[in-house]
Design a binder for this molecule. Structure first.
Ligand code: ARG
Length: 267
């Protein structure tokens, strides 16, 4: 009986170990600083994987996307392993401070405010905001959202939220805040809001993959240029240096361009 129990426990453990080795499952949870394959340190990376094409969960429940490929390439040249953990955007920054995550890659815009509580890598991607509206909407510029008293959807706490809060006032009842950007875009599709303001590549990706939604994208020169960075806990120079060295190396050896073209090259 005892031997059977030992055997079953052993089997259960083996299953766990095999499951843990299966890469980037969306349900993976990890411990910071663990030794991974080949004795390399494993860096636990948080990402809000509802943000195609940067990070999303594919049909096999794997976390994939531009940011994921980029972080894996950086880790490879910098000599550490990465484990991705799907992490809700709201509260994602706290996970650095409490040590639940070592780094975050999540299309995060580097802002002065965020720099007060975390450190960022060198920029790795340029972005700006775009307005998504129904094809037939009478909107040509950002100011129209206010002038026409429209309801605007944003993902809570994003730079889109910051932009719309500046236009309409932070407490305006016309701002509808959603947990994820796809939720905001779905709200637009069903007419719960009249417009959505979000990162350009994500809006364009959505429009391209959901032609039946009949959205168009409106640019506005008043939206500032944004840069994405990989975030680490404030003061974690060691990891930041590794990430920056890795990023520099893959920009120089062509790997960055390969990944970029795979997601944003000519189609
Ligand atoms: N770039 C925007 C920001 O930093 C939005 C990022 C949202 N990322 C995500 N994976 N949901 O505020």
């Amino acid at each position: 009986m005892n031997r059977l129990r030992t055997w079953i426990t052993g089997l259960a453990l083996a299953v766990l170990v095999v499951a843990a080795g299966c890469g980037t499952k969306a349900t993976d949870v990890g411990q910071a600083g663990q030794a991974g394959d080949g004795g390399k340190e494993t860096i636990v990376v948080g990402t809000d994987a509802a943000y195609a094409p940067f990070e999303y969960v594919d049909a096999d429940n794997n976390i994939v996307g531009f940011d994921i490929d980029l972080m894996k390439a950086i880790a490879e040249v910098a000599g550490f392993d990465v484990q991705f953990v799907n992490t809700a955007w709201e509260g994602i920054f706290i996970t650095l401070q409490n040590g639940e995550r070592d780094a975050l890659i999540s299309a995060i815009t580097i802002t002065d405010e965020r720099k007060e509580t975390m450190d960022f890598s060198e920029p790795y991607f340029e972005a700006t905001q775009l307005i998504a509206v129904p094809q037939n909407a009478d909107v040509t510029k950002f100011a129209d959202l206010k002038a026409k008293n429209l309801r605007v959807g944003v993902q809570t706490g994003t730079t889109g939220d910051v932009a719309v809060s500046a236009l309409l006032g932070k407490t305006s009842p016309n701002i509808k805040r959603y947990e994820t950007t796809p939720h905001a875009l779905q709200a637009l599709a069903i007419g719960e809001v009249d417009a959505v303001v979000a990162d350009n590549a994500v809006v364009l990706h959505y429009i391209q993959h959901n032609p039946n939604a009949n959205f168009k994208a409106i640019a506005d020169p008043s939206f500032p240029k944004e840069s994405y960075g990989i975030a680490v806990k404030k003061g974690n120079r060691e990891l930041l240096d590794k990430i920056n060295r890795g990023l520099k190396a893959i920009k120089e050896n062509g790997r960055y361009d390969e990944i970029y073209n795979a997601y944003f090259g000519k189609q």
